[in-house]
Write a protein that binds this ligand. Structure first.
Ligand code: SF4
Ligand code: SF4
Length: 55
């Protein structure tokens, strides 16, 4: 299980620098590599759109 970025992502870029393992990739909508995510929850806490959650 890994955190997932949903459709509410506004591509603000806030999360990408906060991930300690570099699991987040840029895009029109940002995405999380499920193989790399350690479920630390940091990105979900700082996302201004609350777009990141555990499925
Ligand atoms: S912080 Fe939230 S809105 Fe901003 S890029 Fe990351 S997932 Fe998207
Ligand atoms: S939960 Fe933690 S490890 Fe997973 S993408 Fe977010 S910041 Fe990175």
């Amino acid at each position: 299980m890994a955190y997932v970025i949903g459709d509410d992502c506004i591509a603000c870029g806030t999360c990408i620098d906060e991930c300690p393992v570099g699991a987040i990739s840029e895009g029109e909508k940002y995405s999380i590599d499920p193989e790399t995510c350690t479920e630390c929850g940091t990105c979900a806490d700082i996302c201004p759109s609350e777009a990141i959650s555990l499925p």
